[in-house]
Design a protein around this ligand. Sequence first.
Ligand SMILES: Nc1ncnc2c1ncn2[C@@H]1O[C@H](COP(=O)(O)OS(=O)(=O)O)[C@@H](OP(=O)(O)O)[C@H]1O
Length: 389
Amino acid sequence: MSCAVLGTGGETAYWIFGVPCLKGSSRPQISIFMTHLSNYGNDRLGLYTFANLASFIKSSTNLRLQTLPPVQLAQKYFQLFPEQTDPLWQNPCDDKRHRDIWSRDKTCDHLPKFLVIGPQKTGTTALYLFLLMHPSIISNLPSPKTFEEVQFFNGNNYHKGIDWYMEFFPTPSNVTTDLLFEKSANYFHSEEAPRRAASLIPKAKIITILIDPSDRAYSWYQHQRSHEDPAALRFNFYEVISCGPWAPPEIRALQKRCLAPGWYALHIQRWLSHFPASQLLIVDGQQLRSDPATVMDEVQKFLGVSPHYNYSEALTFDPQKGFWCQLLEGGKTKCLGKSKGRKYPPMDRESRAFLSSYYREHNVELSKLLHRLGQPLPSWLRQELQKVR
Ligand SMILES: Nc1ncnc2c1ncn2[C@@H]1O[C@H](COP(=O)(O)OS(=O)(=O)O)[C@@H](OP(=O)(O)O)[C@H]1O
């Protein structure tokens, strides 16, 4: 894109080569103009334009032009506009001008239509497996390096850009009926994820799963133990959840990962400040565990996906695993691996009481929020609220 100011006139918006440049009324302190390198190098149009622009401004205005080497200029710019240090990608396909200049091998079909945002340990992998069974639902491709979730919107991967993200998604065979999705279970409690997701895929549907936050915290603690987190191996669950601000940083960090995602109302509110309530589905994780076929019917309805897939025929309870699994031909089952549905002792009573009290206010807020949304309360929440009375 080449861009420069060619005309005069105080409040006029200037358009150069079809690109809006400076608006007289916005009076930016620093304007950064960009030009494609090939353009710049090959026809010297950029150099020519900018040299003329500078001499035009010098001779026709009393503005003082100053410049700095690129890195210092960038530092100065971000000092003035700190909010711009974090980029916010928008969907390039929403702007016809972008679509017109994109190369032919780019497509607008490689962005997800819905996200499963977590939180972790609520049954997100089970939901992911069940969704994959649907003929019109397609997930991202596994990362060739990590085989883990994409985790684009919440962390540093976001800075790798939209192309990096879109490469995770296959081209759907039927663009109008197929639904691409990805599940990254720590989007739920991320400060940045909702704003970033709403900017890139504002029409996407969002699915979250809630279980009793106390059970979620305990499951995370067990997860960390099995991954040999030294803090989880050294301290028992009660010590972790109840430690004070003076505790060593590693136990505090584990405590935060156990507790913070369970502040459900707060995190859901954040998503709702960026997405309309009609685009958010809150799944009861306990029901997903005990009656997945009913939940999957609800999910299909929410997504508006077709054809309708009969999960009551496609899922079966596996007594050995103790969970619902995919029913394969010949009566065999495909269940999730050992890391999902772990065997561990039940939570001790002291921890249960501590967490019940810790989450009381959060749960009350959640019940008010669900009420406002016209959603039923999951049974664990009703039980917790009864303890409040
Ligand atoms: N069908 C089925 N099979 C296996 N596991 C099931 C299923 N449905 C729900 N669950 C519960 O899912 C819990 C793991 O949750 P996540 O998949 O969200 O965990 S993770 O965040 O991706 O690590 C896992 O937690 P743990 O029991 O603590 O291992 C299970 O209780």
